[in-house]
Design a protein around this ligand. Structure first.
Ligand code: R1P
Ligand code: URA
Length: 349
């Protein structure tokens, strides 16, 4: 850690950078694709507009944020690595840097429990959490506890889910016949191994876990590790105004501004000016990399074509999804301020 941090409650640098993602207001857009791997993030970034030059920040903790425009619409790609804690850092720290609505589509890989072939795309309408019960005695067995816990389901945002499905159909390359399944249920787990029913040298008491999950959760189709926590935080957020944005508005000079300074732009952007509260909407597209029924695993060539198609589909879905102007992050001081369409818009005001 090199920077001086203020406020142990929500740690930030003096110029308003959040502690783990390293970004500050103006460096992340209202529309966000989140992925787990750097190469997927970089592949999608190649489809973004040439102008403005992409903003890219690799944080000390391994989060990568890339912000620019797609078809002139400001959009960010955030690579978060793996697992629930990273998903939590992502949603909370981006939320702290954003004013207005936050649209999140996760594009990740998954294992599939049904007989869908590898390369299929699954859009979960809802997700449950399946977690290892740490009160269970894994070393000796335990008659009193169950080894795995299952949560209630949380739904994707229905409008974003539908927009994503439509965009994937529209962007499908003619040569690809991969299936899209959009009425599925996902389970997010806290381990790639034990709580996904894989057999390893550990005594995970999970030999019948997959059968149990399939019996307990109708339409359960995929296993991965982040979607549930993204959906859960999205629906749990109450749209509370973020006073810290008024203290540290984005500054292209890199210096924080005085609290009294007015944020200029297309609108004031501060949440107290917004008649209805901002929201977080979340949806997910999951690429089947592993078939848990046939034991097949996707090839690098298939990953390449699937990520190109689904990356394009997610960009299209997000860029076309309507956000009312008063629920967009302020233009002034943002890294997308320098694009030609936005410069022209500013000039016309
Ligand atoms: C495990 O290999 C990882 O792959 C899946 C899981 O959710 C987990 O993060 O997603 P990504 O391909 O986005 O990383
Ligand atoms: N990601 C997962 O979490 N599980 C799989 O089986 C494949 C990808």
């Amino acid at each position: 850690m090199k920077d001086r941090i203020q406020d142990a409650n929500f740690p930030k640098t003096e110029d308003g950078r959040v502690y783990h993602l390293g970004i500050r207001a103006g460096e992340v857009a209202n529309r966000i694709i989140t992925v787990g791997s750097i190469s997927r993030a970089e592949g999608i970034a190649k489809m973004m507009d040439a102008s403005p030059k992409l903003f890219s920040l690799y944080s000390e903790r391994g989060f990568l944020t890339i912000t620019g425009c797609y078809k002139s619409v400001p959009l960010s790609i955030v690579c978060i690595g793996m697992g629930a804690p990273n998903a939590d850092f992502f949603i909370r720290e981006v939320r702290e840097c954003l004013s207005g609505d936050m649209l999140v589509i996760r594009l990740g890989s998954c294992g599939c429990l049904t007989d869908l072939p590898v390369g299929s795309l699954v859009l979960p309408a809802s997700s449950v959490a399946c977690t290892r019960n740490v009160d269970f005695d894994f070393a000796s067995g335990d008659p009193w506890e169950v080894p795995y816990r299952l949560s209630k389901p949380i739904s994707a945002d229905p409008d974003l889910h539908e927009a994503l499905r439509d965009a994937l159909e529209v962007t499908r390359p003619p040569s690809l016949k991969n299936l899209i399944v959009s009425n599925a249920v996902n389970a997010s787990t806290d381990s790639f191994y034990s709580s996904q029913g894989r057999q390893t040298s550990f005594q995970d008491h999970n030999a019948s876990l997959i059968d149990h999950l399939k019996a307990a959760v109708p339409s359960l189709t995929t296993l991965e590790m982040e979607t549930f926590w993204i959906f859960h935080l999205a629906v749990s957020w109450g749209g509370v105004k973020q006073s810290s944005l008024a203290v540290n508005p984005p500054s292209s000079s890199g210096k924080s501004r005085e609290a009294s300074e007015k944020v200029e732009g297309l609108h004031s952007g501060l949440d107290e000016d917004i008649p209805s509260r901002p929201v977080i909407r979340a949806a997910a597209a999951q690429m089947v990399f592993a078939s848990r029924s046939s034991q097949a695993f996707i090839s690098p060539e298939q990953v390449n074509e699937l990520e190109k198609w689904s990356g394009r589909g997610v960009l299209e879905a997000l860029s076309k999804f309507d956000i009312s102007p008063e629920k967009l992050h302020p233009l002034s001081g943002s890294v997308w301020e320098r694009t030609e369409p936005f410069k022209a818009l500013r000039a016309s005001l």
